[in-house]
Each structure stands twice: as structure tokens, then as C-alpha cells.
Design a protein around this ligand. Structure first.
Ligand code: COA
Ligand code: AMP
Length: 631
């Protein structure tokens, strides 16, 4: 039996021994009583009784172990022409000071703090300061509109919000403060304070009594120490798109998270403490939480915080420049970033200008890695291109070719095998396990490993309903896929109403809720259609009311603006088709997956429950007219 097989088996058959060993890498203030607490299924908790502090493990511990002068963060911002390095010692001091400032404003263990920030080191400082105090951060991606931020404020009920005056998106400067003010206006819950980091590009006006400038908030604050928390206490809440307009508040605990992420750095990513690790994502997404901030710091690496794009900042050589300048060992990004580079520099001319010998691996996740992009990246970089599959809910990889464990031959289109800890199975709609080679629903046998979501924020019922109830004993991932005869898993895409646009997870249900508010819209459906560049794009189908007040073009423009203003530019909702009717089942369910198959030119069966099959022909015709469907 190979190393992978022994480790994998142990993780499933003897999780206490497997994860107990991994937990030795973490500094515990009080040892845990048991590794896995399975006394209350379907809720499982890891390292119950143990106490630790995640910030201590990510910063102070490394200083104690002699890494104080090593860079913790390299902030590389081509959009502001800045490179700044921050050592572990400096970062710990900044974090302790900011934690002191938060504490002075009344933030204590268990309080929530929303962080609405661009990709600047202060975002990391704010997150780690919360962890230091045992406060629960909830980072909201800067590309979300005020309405989305307001929904998260009302759910998390933060005592305080940390934000910045602006973000810099390529050549655009986006003012954050007016968006924050608007969100607070829209929300029913009001934070007591906001701390605003004023960037040189924009100086925001502050609301007297509520808002404090970052410098003012930290001036004279006493550095705070690390507050021990229970392993099972929440470290953060990260909202993610579900099938409705209400996002789900994924909870991450402290103990299991620290153990699993530290394990993953060695075994999935094959890096060593001291190496430079770069996840080109955003702190607003799970990849940013896990692999820009927590995992590299827990493991004593140097993490790169990159405020730029793969192209246009200034050119498609941007990634190669960062790799060569900072000696990056492992790069992690979404396939869409590589499609962006390939589109602008298909022959890799820019790559020739840089020495990227430090790069040993490219890891890709966030959406399906199409074989074309895999081959291109692999030919260009000549290092292993490792596809791995995970979700906001799991916080780390479910399936991967674990580079630090045992390397398997890469098969384009597959993220290889389940990572130790995850018992992945393919089931049918009745929950019956499917043999290798048969496509079905991808589920995981409970319990999930440490680091994965223990529940949704203050909503155990929704947690059960969303993930556990459809197939008792399993966590349902929402993805479809299959295993091949060698045990490689293939993830073919979501089977629900979640879509993935440029590696960004979005809900078509949320877009439908916005569109349905238009006074001339009688009914609508939004589906994700395949796109060569962004993976998927949302496409709307709209049935207008009789005697609509506005013309079709004006309505379309309204819908595009409404989605942009209410969800955010990141939704990239640019197109809708006006149709006479929507295809439905006899019970009134809109046949979105059939519409998606038609749009993507895939084979589809006319569902036996369809109300009127003729409508599908009309939909096919409308899609063809704008270039979708079978070629
Ligand atoms: N704040 C404000 N607006 C933002 C934003 C942010 N943090 N992030 C994106 N937006 C805006 C963009 O400016 C764009 O606005 P526009 O319609 O006015 O042009 C819109 O949201 C759509 O953004 P995006 O889909 O990212 O398109 P893009 O053309 O700007 O960039 C890629 C495309 C592929 C280069 C970029 O999405 C990318 O690098 N993705 C891969 C990495 C990644 O983020 N992965 C996430 C999980 S791993
Ligand atoms: P997110 O929660 O934003 O990480 O999105 C999770 C979803 O992205 C998964 O449920 C998958 O649909 C998709 N996804 C992530 N990584 C991969 C991958 N490597 N291959 C295929 N799909 C992926």
C-alpha cells in the first residue's frame, strides 16, 4: 500500500489517531479532551475541551521559535506601485496594537466584526486582531454592493466594522466608504463603530461619533495579548451564495481549522516553513481566508498579498513578475486567471522576460479546470499543475493530488483523489451509492474532517436542511461528478442554482430576486451558461407583464443596472432574453437545468413532468439567436 493509501485509510478508519497526530503541530493553551466528538450526530465537533488562540499560532509562536525577522507578508500592489514587506515581529506588533484598539472600543471575545476591505495588509491585520481577541470576523468581498453587505450586517450583527476609504481595481478607484454608509443605512442592525483606513487615493468623510480613522483608533492603544478560546469557538463567519438570495453564514471554528490548514500546507502544497507562498485571490473569498492569511501564517511561510490582476496591471506578465521578484515557490489561483493570461499572451512572450525557477507548483481551484487551460499552463510553466476541488464550506481541499504525500500521475480534468479525511461518494437521487464510472451527485460521508463547517451562523436548522437532510448520513456538496476506474474523481459542475463566474461563487436565485422586483417583469429565471473566459456567465430569461410600461431595450438596461447595484459588478450580469413563457414542470418548477443544457449545447432529455414541451423549442430558438446552443 502506498503512503497515500495508508494515510487515507487511517484518516477514515482511525480519525482520532490521524488528526491527533496532526494536532501536535498546534500550540494548545489547554489540551483537548477528545479529538472527534461524535456524541451528537449530525453535528460533529473536533478537539472539544482544547483551548488555543489562532493568532498566537499564526504569529507569536513563530517569533518564539526564531522567525521574528522573517517576512510574514509581502504586499505587492502594482495598482498603487507599492511593495511592502512585513516581518512576523512587525505584523504581530501591528495586530496586537489593532486588537488593543478594538478592545478599547468594547470588542470582546465572541463579538462579531465585519471587515469590508480591499487587498491591503490592514485587512490581514484586522482579521488577525479579531482572532487575537477571540472576536469573530466576517470578511465581505469588496465587489459586493451595499445591499449584499447590509444582508450580512443584519445576520452577523457586528459590534464594529473595519473598512477602507477605497479599493483600486485595475485603473479604477472604487470608493468603499459611500457603499459602507449606504449598507449601514439599509441594515436594521447598526454597528457601534466603524474604523476606516484612509488610503492616499481617497480620503473619506467620517460620521462623527461612529467612525474613527485607523490612526486615531490605534493611537495610544495598549497592545492586546492573545485570548484563549475553545477549539470549538468560532473564528470567523464567511457568507457564501446558496440557492436563494439569502447567503449562508459558513462558520469556521478555531481548533479544527488550525490543525487542518497546517496539515494541508505540508501534505497538499508541499511547502516548508520559510517558503514564499502566493494565493492570488482576495481576502473576501475562502481561498483568501485559508491560503492568503491563515494557512501560510500558521505554517511559518511568507504570504504574498497581491493587489492586482493577472492582466492589465500592467500586462500579462504580472504573475511572472511577482513570482520572480519574490521567489514564490507555490502559486494558487483560479483557472480563469490563467485563461485571462492565455487570451492576452497565448505564446507566453511575457514569460520569457522573467526567471521563475523558484516556482515548483501551480495549484488551481474555484471552478472546473478545463483540459485546455491545464495543458496550456503546464506547457508554459513546466511544473506540476495541480487541480484541487473544494468549497467555502470545507475551507480546504476535498480532492487533490497531495504533492507532499504521494504524487499520482495527473489526469487533465480531474482533481485526482479524495484528500485524507474526506470520504467522498457518488450517489443517485435516492442516495444510493453509484459504481465507478457512473455520474451522479457528489456527497461525503459524515463526519467531515477538521476545518470544515460545523454549522451555519446561528442556524443549525438551515445547516441541516441545506446540506444534510437530502441524504441522511452524508454532506451533500451540490456538485455532480464521478469516479473513474483508477479512483480519480471528476467534478462536473453544480447541480443547483449556484454558479461560478471568474472563480466567484454567485447565486442565480439572488439575481432572480432582484430582477423580479422590476415593475414590468412578470416572471424570470437566471441560469449560468458556459463562457470560454469566465467559466460561466449569468443569463436571464424574462417574461414581461402585459402592457409593460417601458420598451424592451430600456427594461434590459434597467435589469443590468439593478443587478449591478444590488448584488455587485462581480455578478457580471450583462444579458437577458425576453421570452413569452418559461418552461416548467406541471407542478410549476422552472426547468433551469434543462435550459442550461440547451444553452451549453449539451444533450438533454425532455423531462416527463414538463407542462408544455413546445416551450423548450421556443427557448432553444431564442438562445440560438444570440449564439448559444448546439452548434
Ligand atoms: N471591488 C470592487 N469591484 C470589483 C472587485 C472588488 N474587489 N473585484 C471585481 N470587481 C469588479 C470588476 O472591476 C469588474 O467591474 P466592471 O464590470 O466595471 O469591469 C466586475 O467586478 C467583474 O469582475 P471580474 O469578473 O473579476 O472581471 P475582471 O475582468 O475585472 O477580471 C479576472 C477577470 C479573471 C482577471 C479576475 O476575475 C481574476 O483574476 N480572477 C481569478 C482570481 C480570483 O479572484 N479567484 C477567486 C477565488 S480563487
Ligand atoms: P467556492 O465555495 O466559491 O469555493 O465554490 C465552490 C464550488 O466551486 C464547488 O462546489 C464547485 O462547484 C466549484 N469548484 C471549486 N473547485 C473546483 C475544481 N477544482 N473543479 C471543479 N469545480 C470546482
Amino acid at each position: 500500500m502506498g503512503l497515500y493509501e495508508t494515510q487515507y485509510r487511517e484518516s477514515i478508519e482511525k480519525p482520532d489517531s490521524f488528526w491527533g497526530r496532526a494536532a501536535k503541530e498546534i500550540a494548545w493553551q489547554k489540551p483537548y479532551e477528545r479529538v472527534l466528538d461524535d456524541s451528537n450526530p449530525p453535528f460533529y465537533r473536533w478537539f472539544r475541551g482544547g483551548m488555543l488562540n489562532t493568532c498566537h499560532n499564526a504569529l507569536d509562536l513563530h517569533i518564539e521559535q526564531g522567525r521574528g525577522d522573517q517576512n510574514a507578508i509581502i504586499y505587492d500592489s502594482p495598482v498603487t506601485d507599492t511593495v511592502r514587506t512585513i516581518t512576523y515581529q512587525e505584523l504581530r506588533d501591528e495586530v496586537a496594537l489593532f486588537a488593543g484598539a478594538l478592545g478599547r472600543l468594547g470588542v470582546v471575545k465572541g463579538d462579531r466584526v465585519i471587515v469590508y476591505m480591499p487587498m491591503i495588509p490592514q485587512a490581514a491585520v484586522a482579521m488577525l486582531a479579531c482572532a487575537r481577541l477571540g472576536a469573530v470576523h466576517s470578511v465581505v468581498f469588496g465587489g459586493f454592493a451595499p445591499q449584499e453587505l447590509a444582508i450580512r450586517i443584519d445576520d452577523a450583527k457586528p459590534k464594529l466594522i473595519v473598512s477602507a476609504s477605497c479599493g483600486v481595481e485595475g485603473k479604477k478607484v472604487i470608493e468603499y466608504k459611500p457603499l459602507l454608509d449606504r449598507a449601514i443605512e439599509l441594515a436594521s442592525h447598526k454597528p457601534e463603530h466603524c474604523i476606516i483606513y484612509q488610503r492616499p487615493q481617497v480620503s473619506s468623510s467620517l460620521v462623527k461619533g461612529r467612525d474613527l480613522d485607523w490612526g486615531e483608533a490605534t493611537a495610544g492603544a495598549a497592545p492586546a495579548g492573545c485570548v484563549p478560546v475553545e477549539a470549538t469557538d468560532p473564528l470567523y463567519i464567511l457568507y457564501t451564495s446558496g440557492t436563494t438570495g439569502i447567503p449562508k453564514g459558513v462558520v469556521r471554528d478555531n481548533g479544527g481549522h488550525a490543525v487542518a490548514l497546517k496539515w494541508s500546507m505540508k501534505y497538499v502544497y508541499d511547502v516548508q516553513p520559510g517558503d514564499v507562498y502566493w494565493a492570488a485571490s482576495d481576502v473576501g473569498w475562502v481561498v483568501g481566508h485559508s491560503y492568503i492569511i491563515y494557512a501560510p501564517l500558521l505554517y511559518g511561510c511568507t504570504t504574498v498579498m497581491y493587489e492586482g490582476k493577472p492582466v492589465g496591471t500592467p500586462d500579462p506578465g504580472a504573475f511572472w513578475r511577482v513570482i520572480s521578484q519574490h521567489k514564490v515557490r507555490a502559486l494558487f489561483t483560479a483557472p480563469t486567471a490563467f485563461r485571462a493570461i492565455k487570451k492576452e499572451d497565448p505564446k507566453g512572450e511575457y514569460l520569457k522576460k522573467y526567471d521563475i525557477a523558484s516556482l515548483k507548483y501551480l495549484f488551481l481551484a474555484g471552478e472546473r479546470l478545463d483540459p485546455d487551460t491545464y495543458h496550456w499552463a503546464s506547457d508554459m510553466l513546466k511544473v506540476p499543475v495541480v487541480d484541487h476541488w473544494w468549497q467555502t464550506e470545507t475551507g480546504w481541499a476535498i480532492a487533490a493530488n497531495c504533492m507532499g504525500l504521494e504524487r499520482f500521475p495527473i489526469k487533465a480534468g480531474s482533481p485526482t483523489k479524495p484528500v485524507p479525511g474526506y470520504l467522498v461518494e457518488i450517489i443517485d437521487e435516492n442516495g444510493k451509492p453509484q459504481p465507478r464510472g457512473t455520474e451522479g451527485l457528489v456527497a461525503m460521508k459524515l463526519p467531515l474532517p477538521p476545518g470544515t463547517l460545523p454549522t451555519l451562523w446561528q442556524n443549525d436548522e438551515k445547516f441541516k436542511e441545506s446540506y444534510l437532510e437530502s441524504f441522511p448520513g452524508y454532506y451533500f456538496t451540490g456538485d455532480g461528478g464521478y469516479f473513474d476506474s483508477d479512483g480519480y474523481v471528476y467534478i462536473m459542475g453544480r447541480v443547483d442554482d449556484v454558479i461560478n463566474v471568474a472563480g466567484h461563487r454567485l447565486s442565480t436565485g439572488a439575481m432572480e430576486e432582484v430582477i423580479a422586483k422590476h415593475p414590468d417583469v412578470a416572471e424570470c429565471a437566471v441560469i449560468g451558461v458556459a463562457d470560454d473566459f469566465k467559466g460561466q456567465l449569468p443569463l436571464g430569461f424574462v417574461v414581461l407583464k402585459e402592457g409593460a410600461a417601458k420598451g424592451e431595450k430600456a427594461i434590459m438596461d434597467d435589469l443590468v443596472t439593478m443587478v449591478r447595484d444590488q448584488i455587485g459588478a462581480v455578478a457580471v450580469f450583462k444579458q437577458a432574453i425576453i421570452v413569452k413563457r418559461l418552461p416548467k414542470t406541471r407542478s410549476g418548477k422552472i426547468l433551469r437545468s434543462t435550459m442550461r443544457k440547451i444553452a451549453d449545447g449539451q444533450e438533454f432529455k425532455v423531462p416527463s413532468t414538463i407542462d408544455d414541451p413546445e416551450i423548450l423549442k421556443e427557448i432553444e430558438g431564442s438562445l440560438k439567436a444570440i449564439g448559444y446552443g448546439a452548434k
